[in-house]
Write a protein that binds this ligand. Structure first.
Ligand code: HEM
Length: 406
């Protein structure tokens, strides 16, 4: 498309505000071939739904995705990493996908998460008190990260002393998501991190097998038993859930706080009517999502949105763009905590719909409930940036906020 000339999908300024670019693509080239990555970009909700449903597009793409990012060499570490990643639920099609979903969803029901809520609420309260003692806090490092890591760590009963290590591992693992990975050194550190984390979890699963508890690892072990097709999945799927649950939640917590700071009239409305809390969460998921896209591999020449897609090409579907489609969301750039209906695509579409959605929602809800007990919040003046964001993850790398007493 000629309208695509000069389209930027990789710079920090794109990640700071990708929405004008998405708007331009959606109106001028909704199925756009992005030369630098040799992939297609979708920006219309209807095309994204077709992609998710079509048998011509597959989630079995670990080899192609990791290989395309330069993460796979001939060395043993690459082979080991690929062997693990090829088994993630994220990278399966039915029938394997259906089987693994049953395993991971057992312990992850909305009812189980509701039982976790009081523990989460006290964890949030403790984290905020600690942050507040400094008078000003970095919402990312002092609030969102500790909440996100401890929430997932409590659910999987990860030993307290090892949680900082999990936090480091999870951050490193997401470096390959969506865009270029950088140097050989970064690539080999990602392989090392992935293999170290799986080795650690293999040990932990053995310990839990000997002494089961109420945690998700124990539930995955119980689900594995008696089904040879699921042998070893407790290790791999724990790796997947822990890896997927940290950076995403951190970014969503931070994006929500920032959205409310940037829309003080909406924050005032929320203070006046706490019944708007869930609406505020859905609106920040729509307007400032932690994840920009999903992707699939084309496995058979086909057509999508009037464009021919050849076998072997990746398609990146910008769910964040679909969230701003004026055909679906009137006045889509307006941040409106009373918006209803609000059927955003932030947690994906169809069979791969995010299993962590309920957890994220209660994390953000408890975090906001706690922050709303403070009479004022304001940006502490230091600029924030979106360094480290990629097609998949988007959030400021730090966000300094002050809480004056009156
Ligand atoms: C705001 C935070 C989050 C967002 C925006 C998000 C978004 C998504 C999206 C869009 C997908 C679909 C991917 C696809 O179709 O290929 C997905 C899948 C997944 N998410 Fe999340 N996620 C979040 C948090 C979490 C958390 C906290 C966990 C774990 C506790 C988690 C675990 C997973 C897993 C395991 C999958 C793969 C599911 C499958 O392939 O069937 N996510 N997520």
């Amino acid at each position: 498309m000629s309208a695509g000339a000069g389209i930027d999908l990789v710079s920090e300024s794109f990640f700071a505000n990708p929405f004008p670019t998405f708007e331009r693509l959606r109106t001028q080239a909704p199925v756009y071939f992005f030369e630098p990555f040799q992939c297609f970009i979708l920006t219309r909700g209807t095309d994204i739904e077709s992609l998710a449903k079509s048998p011509h597009f597959s989630s079995r793409r670990a080899n192609e995705l990791l290989g395309g990012l330069g993460l796979l060499g001939e060395d043993a570490a690459s082979k080991e990493m690929l062997a693990h990643w090829s088994r993630l639920v994220f990278f399966q099609d039915p029938p394997r996908h259906t089987l693994l979903r049953q395993l991971i969803m057992k312990g992850f029901t909305p009812a189980a998460l509701e039982r976790f809520r009081p523990r989460l609420a006290s964890l949030v309260k403790g984290t905020l008190e600690k942050g507040l003692r400094q008078g000003e806090m970095d919402v990312v490092a002092d609030f969102a990260e500790p909440i996100a890591i401890n929430a997932i760590a409590e659910l999987f009963a990860l030993p307290e002393a090892d949680r900082p290590r999990f936090m480091r591992w999870s951050k490193d693992l997401l470096k390959p998501a969506g865009v270029a990975v950088g140097t050989d050194e970064v690539r080999s550190s990602i392989r090392r991190t992935s293999n170290d984390m799986v080795a650690y979890l293999r040990d932990l699963v053995e310990k839990r097998r000997a002494a089961p508890g109420e945690d998700l690892i124990s539930q995955f072990i119980a689900g594995e038993q008696g089904n040879p097709q699921l042998a070893g999945e407790a290790v791999i799927q724990s790796f997947q859930m822990i890896g997927a649950g940290f950076v995403t939640s951190t970014n969503q917590l931070t994006n929500t706080v920032l959205a409310l700071l940037n829309h003080p009239e909406q924050l005032r409305e929320l203070r006046a009517d706490p019944g708007l809390l869930r609406g505020a969460i859905e609106e920040s998921l729509r307007h400032e999502p932690a994840i920009l896209s999903i992707n699939r591999l084309c496995v058979e020449d086909t057509e999508l949105g009037g464009t021919r897609i050849p076998k072997g090409r990746f398609v990146h579907a910008m769910t964040a763009a679909a969230n701003r489609d004026p055909e679906v969301f009137p006045d889509p750039d307006r941040f409106d905590i009373t918006r209803a209906p609000n059927r955003h695509m932030t947690f994906g579409v169809g069979a791969h719909y995010c299993p962590g959605a309920s957890l994220v929602r209660i994390e953000v809800e408890e975090a906001l409930r706690s922050l709303l007990t403070l009479p004022r919040w304001e940006l502490a003046g230091r600029p924030y940036n979106y360094q480290g964001s990629n097609f998949q993850d988007r959030g400021p790398s730090s966000l300094h906020v002050r809480f004056p007493r009156s």
